[in-house]
Design a protein around this ligand. Structure first.
Ligand SMILES: [Zn+2]
Length: 243
């Protein structure tokens, strides 16, 4: 049986846009746009789900009109701006956290001139969890795994899970490759560390033949209009880049 392709949306920051010309400005979606996007999902009959809630659909054990919602890096503005909207819509989402920067900043972006932004500390991440949301892992330092040797890649992957589980007293089952960069070896390390899914920045909706440790996603940017979001969800718009 061919299953309906499942979109997993990728967000980063939900906040007022940084100054014109700031690098990666496009990754900041305004709170009003985020609210309109979640509202449109609801109107269209989609259920917005965290990776754990989405897992039975990805495995083919459940079927339905579902969309994964993921937010990368763990910004405080996810708690302040995205959480109330998600709750209002009855949706859940997974926020992928850099365990070595809890309460810190997105320092990995500094050299590119990206304005510094606060990342959730343990207390804020607990509030995110208490709000019905999920925490996933995004390595200890937002490491570029392609530049790491095997030992440090293993520590970044497995250590992040341990750190987060210890700090937050919750199981962390989902992983996201920083920058989307990984080799097949890293997918094996992620599985061996005890995670059950991993997401990439490969664009596309998930097909039932996809590897759960190399899941494609659908980016949502500052400039993504509602009609474009609909194209990304309901048509092959994102899938055309796939082999
Ligand atoms: Zn990231």
């Amino acid at each position: 049986m061919t299953r309906r392709p499942i979109p997993i949306l990728t967000y980063h920051q939900i906040d007022a846009p940084p100054p014109r010309g700031a690098p990666y400005r496009g990754l900041v979606v305004s709170p009003a746009a985020f609210a309109r996007q979640m509202g449109m999902l609801r109107t269209l009959g989609y259920q917005g789900l965290s990776m754990s809630a989405l897992e039975p659909y990805l495995r083919g054990d459940k079927s339905g009109k579902v969309v994964g919602i993921t937010l990368d890096d763990g910004f405080v503005n996810n708690l302040d701006q995205a959480l109330p909207v998600l709750q209002r819509c009855g949706f859940s989402a997974t926020c992928y956290v850099v365990s070595g920067q809890m309460g810190g900043l997105n320092i990995w972006d500094r050299a590119k001139g990206v304005p510094p932004q606060s990342l959730m500390d343990a207390g804020q991440l607990k509030a995110w969890l208490a709000g019905g949301q999920e925490v996933g892992a995004h390595t200890r330092s937002h490491a570029d795994l392609l530049r790491a040797d095997d030992a440090s890649a293993g520590e970044e992957i497995a250590g992040c899970k341990r750190d987060l589980e210890q700090s937050l007293d919750t199981e962390v089952r989902h992983f996201c490759y920083p920058y989307g960069f990984h080799r097949p070896d890293h997918a094996r390390m992620v599985r061996e560390a005890g995670y059950v899914t991993a997401t990439t920045t490969q664009r596309g909706r998930v097909r039932n033949t996809d590897d759960l440790f190399e899941l494609p996603r659908v980016p949502v940017l500052r400039t993504t209009s509602l009609p474009l979001l609909w194209l990304k969800l309901a048509t092959g718009y994102e899938d055309r880049r796939r082999a």
